[in-house]
Write a protein that binds this ligand. Structure first.
Ligand SMILES: NC(=O)c1ccc[n+]([C@@H]2O[C@H](COP(=O)([O-])OP(=O)(O)OC[C@H]3O[C@@H](n4cnc5c(N)ncnc54)[C@H](O)[C@@H]3O)[C@@H](O)[C@H]2O)c1
Length: 249
């Protein structure tokens, strides 16, 4: 990632990132580490997570968020390793494609168990500690898909719209305890996974016709916004959804 602003108040902050082993989550982990924060992250991808932990000094635990007991105990383990959690980044997701008409109930539930449920579950898990401290920051990764609703992503789109509503709801409920909750809705961010699976030259050229800024959005662009929303520089901001899409919507 490009080295950008330094936020002195982020040094030594205790940060938890879900789905932090690859893509945008990995850029967020690395960005917080560069700020001198104490970072813990969890992910189903044990290999990428271990490599990132070794390279950044962050603490990693492998975990499938679809198992709620495992997810909860992993958050607790990371919290214990860090000495608490002051900043939570709900990033985990899975953008598999499916036809709405033939999507089974099990597949729908499994999709929401990755894309929506962890935002609520992790936020609840860290809230009591944030409340007792009188401060905390939660940042939820949503998507412009919540507004554009492309076909073949019914569960993902629904989850992302839900995350935006949940963000505002939790911000209203928890602001009185000093806890800020914000969402970020990226456009198409060029990660290795997107390049491997969906971002063909044709698809990218179509995307570039639809955006104001004719440049790729990279994981570091999103990570920089996460840093700002985590720092005291954004102390008066809560309940918002920040679109970072190069001017697509
Ligand atoms: N890349 C984009 O274009 C884009 C656009 C809009 C929104 N977003 C959002 O930004 C966030 C990060 O995006 P990304 O493209 O890096 O996501 P991604 O899908 O590439 O990766 C998310 C991480 O979650 C992990 N993960 C998946 N299933 C898991 C499970 N069951 N348990 C634990 N970990 C699991 C993956 O291993 C991965 O490291 C996501 O919330 C995504 O929805 C991304």
């Amino acid at each position: 990632m490009r080295h950008g602003a330094k936020y002195p108040d982020l040094a030594d902050r205790k940060v938890l990132v879900t789905g932090g082993a690859t893509g945008i989550g990995a850029a967020i982990v690395a960005a917080f580490c560069e700020q001198g924060a104490n970072v813990g992250f969890l992910d189903i991808d044990n290999q990428s997570g271990s490599v990132l932990a070794e390279g950044t000094g962050a603490v990693f635990r492998a975990c499938d968020v679809r198992s709620v007991p495992t997810f909860m105990s992993t958050i607790d383990e990371l919290s214990e390793a860090l000495g608490g959690i002051e900043i939570l980044v709900n990033n985990v997701a899975h953008d598999e494609r499916h036809e709405a008409a033939s999507l089974s109930w099990d597949a729908w539930r499994s999709n929401l168990a990755i894309n929506l449920d962890p935002v609520m579950l992790a936020s609840q898990r860290v809230f009591e500690e944030m409340k007792s401290r009188g401060s905390g920051t939660i940042i939820n990764l949503a998507s412009i898909n919540a507004f554009l609703a492309p076909e073949n992503l019914a569960a993902y789109n629904t989850a992302k719209a839900g995350i935006i509503a949940l963000t505002k709801t939790l911000a209203r409920a928890w602001g009185q305890f000093g806890v800020r909750v914000n969402a970020i809705s990226p456009g198409w961010v060029v990660t290795e996974r997107q390049l491997a699976l969906w971002l063909s030259p044709e698809a990218e050229s179509a995307w570039m016709k639809q955006v104001a800024l004719k440049r790729r959005i990279v994981p570091g662009d999103v990570a920089r916004l996460v840093l700002f929303l985590s720092s005291e520089e954004s102390a008066a901001i809560t309940g918002q959804n920040f679109v970072i899409d190069g001017g697509r919507i």
